[in-house]
Design a binder for this molecule. Structure first.
Ligand code: NAP
Length: 246
Protein backbone atom coordinates (compact mmCIF):
# COMPACT_ATOMS: atom_id res chain seq x y z
CA UNK A 1 0.00 0.00 0.00
CA UNK A 2 1.19 3.48 -0.94
CA UNK A 3 4.47 2.10 -2.24
CA UNK A 4 4.22 4.45 -5.24
CA UNK A 5 2.82 7.53 -3.56
CA UNK A 6 4.68 10.11 -5.67
CA UNK A 7 4.08 8.42 -8.99
CA UNK A 8 1.60 9.40 -11.67
CA UNK A 9 -0.20 6.94 -13.94
CA UNK A 10 -2.31 7.65 -17.03
CA UNK A 11 -4.86 4.88 -17.66
CA UNK A 12 -6.64 5.21 -21.00
CA UNK A 13 -10.24 4.02 -21.25
CA UNK A 14 -10.59 4.00 -17.47
CA UNK A 15 -14.26 4.92 -17.20
CA UNK A 16 -15.46 1.30 -17.36
CA UNK A 17 -14.40 -2.34 -17.47
CA UNK A 18 -10.75 -3.35 -17.15
CA UNK A 19 -9.49 0.25 -17.23
CA UNK A 20 -11.66 1.26 -14.28
CA UNK A 21 -10.37 -1.72 -12.26
CA UNK A 22 -6.78 -0.80 -13.20
CA UNK A 23 -7.31 2.83 -12.16
CA UNK A 24 -8.78 1.78 -8.83
CA UNK A 25 -5.98 -0.70 -8.14
CA UNK A 26 -3.17 1.69 -9.06
CA UNK A 27 -4.74 4.38 -6.86
CA UNK A 28 -4.91 1.87 -3.99
CA UNK A 29 -1.21 1.14 -4.60
CA UNK A 30 -0.46 4.85 -4.17
CA UNK A 31 -0.35 6.17 -7.72
CA UNK A 32 -2.01 9.44 -8.66
CA UNK A 33 -4.24 8.30 -11.51
CA UNK A 34 -5.37 10.14 -14.63
CA UNK A 35 -8.71 8.52 -15.47
CA UNK A 36 -8.98 8.91 -19.25
CA UNK A 37 -12.24 8.37 -21.12
CA UNK A 38 -13.78 9.29 -24.46
CA UNK A 39 -17.51 9.78 -23.81
CA UNK A 40 -18.44 8.27 -20.43
CA UNK A 41 -17.92 11.37 -18.29
CA UNK A 42 -20.46 10.34 -15.63
CA UNK A 43 -18.73 6.98 -15.08
CA UNK A 44 -15.26 8.56 -15.07
CA UNK A 45 -16.25 11.21 -12.55
CA UNK A 46 -17.97 8.61 -10.34
CA UNK A 47 -14.78 6.53 -10.38
CA UNK A 48 -12.66 9.54 -9.39
CA UNK A 49 -15.05 10.22 -6.50
CA UNK A 50 -14.82 6.56 -5.41
CA UNK A 51 -11.01 6.62 -5.53
CA UNK A 52 -10.90 9.85 -3.52
CA UNK A 53 -13.35 8.47 -0.96
CA UNK A 54 -10.97 5.53 -0.47
CA UNK A 55 -8.09 7.96 0.21
CA UNK A 56 -6.56 7.92 -3.29
CA UNK A 57 -5.76 10.65 -5.80
CA UNK A 58 -7.28 10.81 -9.30
CA UNK A 59 -8.51 13.24 -11.93
CA UNK A 60 -10.79 12.62 -14.92
CA UNK A 61 -9.33 13.42 -18.35
CA UNK A 62 -11.45 13.41 -21.50
CA UNK A 63 -9.47 12.59 -24.64
CA UNK A 64 -10.27 10.42 -27.63
CA UNK A 65 -7.06 8.40 -27.93
CA UNK A 66 -7.41 8.29 -31.71
CA UNK A 67 -6.90 12.10 -31.79
CA UNK A 68 -3.17 12.92 -31.50
CA UNK A 69 -3.83 16.51 -30.43
CA UNK A 70 -6.17 15.44 -27.64
CA UNK A 71 -3.63 12.88 -26.43
CA UNK A 72 -0.83 15.48 -26.36
CA UNK A 73 -3.07 17.87 -24.42
CA UNK A 74 -3.86 15.13 -21.87
CA UNK A 75 -0.14 14.50 -21.31
CA UNK A 76 0.45 18.28 -21.03
CA UNK A 77 -2.32 18.57 -18.44
CA UNK A 78 -1.01 15.63 -16.39
CA UNK A 79 2.51 17.05 -16.42
CA UNK A 80 1.26 20.52 -15.46
CA UNK A 81 -0.91 19.16 -12.64
CA UNK A 82 1.47 16.61 -11.13
CA UNK A 83 4.97 17.50 -12.38
CA UNK A 84 5.53 14.40 -14.49
CA UNK A 85 4.24 11.03 -15.66
CA UNK A 86 5.60 7.63 -14.59
CA UNK A 87 3.18 5.02 -15.91
CA UNK A 88 1.08 4.69 -19.05
CA UNK A 89 -1.54 1.95 -19.26
CA UNK A 90 -2.83 1.72 -22.83
CA UNK A 91 -6.19 0.14 -22.13
CA UNK A 92 -8.72 2.02 -24.31
CA UNK A 93 -10.06 -0.23 -27.01
CA UNK A 94 -13.07 -1.35 -28.99
CA UNK A 95 -13.99 -4.72 -30.50
CA UNK A 96 -16.15 -5.30 -33.58
CA UNK A 97 -16.54 -8.83 -34.81
CA UNK A 98 -17.26 -10.08 -38.33
CA UNK A 99 -15.69 -12.49 -40.77
CA UNK A 100 -13.15 -10.77 -43.00
CA UNK A 101 -15.51 -11.28 -45.93
CA UNK A 102 -18.26 -9.44 -44.06
CA UNK A 103 -16.11 -6.70 -42.47
CA UNK A 104 -16.89 -3.26 -43.84
CA UNK A 105 -14.54 -0.28 -44.03
CA UNK A 106 -16.03 1.33 -40.92
CA UNK A 107 -15.33 -1.81 -38.86
CA UNK A 108 -11.71 -1.78 -40.03
CA UNK A 109 -11.13 1.97 -39.76
CA UNK A 110 -12.64 2.42 -36.29
CA UNK A 111 -10.66 -0.43 -34.71
CA UNK A 112 -7.41 0.66 -36.37
CA UNK A 113 -8.04 4.28 -35.28
CA UNK A 114 -8.63 3.47 -31.61
CA UNK A 115 -6.79 0.20 -30.94
CA UNK A 116 -3.72 0.79 -33.12
CA UNK A 117 -3.36 4.52 -33.86
CA UNK A 118 -4.64 5.33 -30.36
CA UNK A 119 -1.86 3.24 -28.83
CA UNK A 120 0.67 4.79 -31.22
CA UNK A 121 -0.50 8.29 -30.20
CA UNK A 122 0.05 7.64 -26.50
CA UNK A 123 3.28 5.67 -26.95
CA UNK A 124 4.77 8.56 -28.93
CA UNK A 125 4.05 10.98 -26.07
CA UNK A 126 5.12 8.53 -23.36
CA UNK A 127 8.39 7.72 -25.14
CA UNK A 128 9.35 11.38 -24.99
CA UNK A 129 8.03 12.20 -21.56
CA UNK A 130 8.04 9.30 -19.08
CA UNK A 131 10.28 9.85 -16.08
CA UNK A 132 13.21 7.61 -15.23
CA UNK A 133 11.88 4.36 -13.75
CA UNK A 134 8.72 4.59 -15.84
CA UNK A 135 6.48 1.75 -16.98
CA UNK A 136 4.37 1.28 -20.08
CA UNK A 137 1.73 -1.45 -20.14
CA UNK A 138 -0.24 -2.06 -23.33
CA UNK A 139 -3.44 -4.11 -23.46
CA UNK A 140 -3.29 -6.75 -26.16
CA UNK A 141 -5.54 -9.82 -26.29
CA UNK A 142 -5.13 -13.59 -26.18
CA UNK A 143 -6.98 -13.72 -29.54
CA UNK A 144 -3.61 -12.88 -31.13
CA UNK A 145 -2.72 -16.47 -30.26
CA UNK A 146 -6.18 -18.04 -30.48
CA UNK A 147 -7.06 -16.48 -33.87
CA UNK A 148 -10.79 -17.30 -33.63
CA UNK A 149 -13.04 -16.68 -36.62
CA UNK A 150 -14.56 -13.16 -36.81
CA UNK A 151 -11.69 -11.62 -34.80
CA UNK A 152 -9.49 -10.87 -37.83
CA UNK A 153 -9.33 -7.08 -37.73
CA UNK A 154 -9.44 -6.83 -33.92
CA UNK A 155 -6.67 -9.42 -33.54
CA UNK A 156 -4.62 -7.63 -36.20
CA UNK A 157 -4.76 -4.38 -34.23
CA UNK A 158 -3.62 -6.21 -31.10
CA UNK A 159 -0.80 -7.97 -32.98
CA UNK A 160 0.31 -4.47 -34.02
CA UNK A 161 0.22 -3.37 -30.38
CA UNK A 162 2.45 -6.32 -29.45
CA UNK A 163 4.90 -5.41 -32.24
CA UNK A 164 5.12 -1.79 -31.04
CA UNK A 165 5.63 -3.09 -27.49
CA UNK A 166 8.74 -5.00 -28.55
CA UNK A 167 10.15 -2.19 -30.71
CA UNK A 168 9.64 0.50 -28.06
CA UNK A 169 11.31 -1.70 -25.44
CA UNK A 170 14.50 -1.45 -27.49
CA UNK A 171 14.10 2.21 -28.40
CA UNK A 172 13.97 3.12 -24.69
CA UNK A 173 17.31 1.44 -23.97
CA UNK A 174 19.19 3.36 -21.29
CA UNK A 175 16.12 5.20 -19.99
CA UNK A 176 15.15 2.66 -17.28
CA UNK A 177 11.60 2.55 -18.67
CA UNK A 178 10.01 -0.88 -19.18
CA UNK A 179 7.47 -1.68 -21.91
CA UNK A 180 5.24 -4.74 -21.66
CA UNK A 181 1.85 -5.96 -22.80
CA UNK A 182 -0.90 -7.84 -21.00
CA UNK A 183 -3.04 -10.06 -23.21
CA UNK A 184 -6.27 -10.95 -21.40
CA UNK A 185 -8.56 -13.78 -22.38
CA UNK A 186 -12.36 -13.47 -22.17
CA UNK A 187 -13.05 -10.99 -19.36
CA UNK A 188 -16.47 -10.04 -18.03
CA UNK A 189 -16.90 -6.50 -19.35
CA UNK A 190 -19.27 -4.83 -21.80
CA UNK A 191 -16.70 -5.24 -24.59
CA UNK A 192 -16.83 -9.02 -24.23
CA UNK A 193 -20.42 -9.59 -23.09
CA UNK A 194 -22.40 -7.20 -25.32
CA UNK A 195 -24.09 -8.88 -28.26
CA UNK A 196 -23.15 -12.46 -27.30
CA UNK A 197 -25.73 -15.17 -26.66
CA UNK A 198 -25.59 -16.65 -23.14
CA UNK A 199 -24.59 -20.06 -24.57
CA UNK A 200 -21.57 -18.50 -26.30
CA UNK A 201 -20.56 -16.75 -23.08
CA UNK A 202 -20.96 -20.01 -21.09
CA UNK A 203 -18.83 -21.92 -23.61
CA UNK A 204 -16.05 -19.33 -23.52
CA UNK A 205 -16.21 -19.24 -19.73
CA UNK A 206 -15.52 -23.00 -19.70
CA UNK A 207 -12.76 -22.83 -22.30
CA UNK A 208 -9.91 -22.01 -19.91
CA UNK A 209 -8.70 -24.73 -17.51
CA UNK A 210 -9.71 -22.43 -14.65
CA UNK A 211 -13.29 -22.61 -16.06
CA UNK A 212 -14.47 -19.06 -15.53
CA UNK A 213 -14.35 -15.69 -17.23
CA UNK A 214 -11.63 -13.30 -16.20
CA UNK A 215 -12.67 -10.45 -13.93
CA UNK A 216 -11.43 -6.89 -14.47
CA UNK A 217 -9.64 -7.20 -11.11
CA UNK A 218 -7.67 -10.22 -12.39
CA UNK A 219 -6.25 -8.08 -15.17
CA UNK A 220 -5.73 -5.10 -12.86
CA UNK A 221 -3.60 -7.30 -10.60
CA UNK A 222 -1.32 -8.20 -13.50
CA UNK A 223 -1.03 -4.55 -14.55
CA UNK A 224 -0.25 -3.53 -10.95
CA UNK A 225 2.54 -6.13 -10.83
CA UNK A 226 4.16 -4.68 -13.97
CA UNK A 227 3.66 -1.09 -12.76
CA UNK A 228 4.95 -1.72 -9.24
CA UNK A 229 8.33 -2.50 -7.69
CA UNK A 230 8.10 -6.29 -8.24
CA UNK A 231 7.78 -5.79 -12.00
CA UNK A 232 11.03 -3.85 -12.40
CA UNK A 233 12.94 -6.61 -14.20
CA UNK A 234 10.15 -7.56 -16.63
CA UNK A 235 10.72 -5.82 -19.97
CA UNK A 236 9.59 -6.47 -23.54
CA UNK A 237 7.19 -9.26 -22.57
CA UNK A 238 3.62 -10.15 -23.47
CA UNK A 239 1.90 -11.66 -20.45
CA UNK A 240 -1.23 -13.65 -21.31
CA UNK A 241 -3.59 -13.28 -18.36
CA UNK A 242 -6.34 -15.71 -19.30
CA UNK A 243 -6.80 -18.64 -16.91
CA UNK A 244 -4.81 -20.84 -19.28
CA UNK A 245 -7.03 -20.67 -22.39
CA UNK A 246 -3.84 -20.58 -24.51
P1 NAP B 1 -14.94 -1.82 -22.18
O1 NAP B 1 -15.57 -2.35 -20.94
O2 NAP B 1 -15.73 -1.71 -23.43
O3 NAP B 1 -14.28 -0.39 -21.84
C1 NAP B 1 -13.60 0.29 -22.84
C2 NAP B 1 -13.04 1.58 -22.29
O4 NAP B 1 -12.31 2.21 -23.36
C3 NAP B 1 -14.09 2.55 -21.83
O5 NAP B 1 -13.64 3.19 -20.67
C4 NAP B 1 -14.18 3.54 -22.99
O6 NAP B 1 -14.53 4.83 -22.56
C5 NAP B 1 -12.76 3.54 -23.48
N1 NAP B 1 -12.63 4.01 -24.86
C6 NAP B 1 -13.17 3.50 -25.99
N2 NAP B 1 -12.82 4.22 -27.05
C7 NAP B 1 -12.01 5.21 -26.59
C8 NAP B 1 -11.32 6.27 -27.19
N3 NAP B 1 -11.39 6.49 -28.53
N4 NAP B 1 -10.59 7.10 -26.44
C9 NAP B 1 -10.51 6.91 -25.10
N5 NAP B 1 -11.15 5.91 -24.46
C10 NAP B 1 -11.89 5.08 -25.21
O7 NAP B 1 -13.65 -2.70 -22.58
P2 NAP B 1 -12.72 -3.68 -21.69
O8 NAP B 1 -13.21 -5.06 -21.87
O9 NAP B 1 -12.53 -3.13 -20.33
O10 NAP B 1 -11.37 -3.60 -22.54
C11 NAP B 1 -10.23 -2.88 -22.12
C12 NAP B 1 -9.05 -3.33 -22.98
O11 NAP B 1 -8.80 -4.72 -22.78
C13 NAP B 1 -9.27 -3.13 -24.49
O12 NAP B 1 -8.06 -2.71 -25.08
C14 NAP B 1 -9.62 -4.53 -24.96
O13 NAP B 1 -9.31 -4.72 -26.31
C15 NAP B 1 -8.75 -5.36 -24.04
N6 NAP B 1 -9.22 -6.75 -23.88
C16 NAP B 1 -10.45 -7.02 -23.37
C17 NAP B 1 -10.87 -8.35 -23.24
C18 NAP B 1 -12.22 -8.72 -22.70
O14 NAP B 1 -12.60 -9.90 -22.81
N7 NAP B 1 -12.96 -7.83 -22.10
C19 NAP B 1 -10.02 -9.39 -23.65
C20 NAP B 1 -8.77 -9.06 -24.19
C21 NAP B 1 -8.38 -7.75 -24.29
P3 NAP B 1 -15.87 5.58 -23.07
O15 NAP B 1 -17.02 4.79 -22.54
O16 NAP B 1 -15.74 6.93 -22.50
O17 NAP B 1 -15.79 5.54 -24.58
Amino acid sequence: MNQDSNKVAIVTGASRGIGAAVAERLAADGFTVVVNYAGSSTEAEALVTKIEAAGGKAIPAQADVSDPGAVARMFDAAQAAFGGIDVLVNNAGIMKLASLAESDDALFDSQVAINLKGVFNTLREAAKRLREGGRIINLSSSVVGLTPVTYGVYAATKAGVEAMTHVLTKELRGRNVTVNAIAPGPTATALFLDGKAQAVIDNLAKAAPLERLGRPEDIAGAVAFLAGPDGAWINGQVLRANGGII
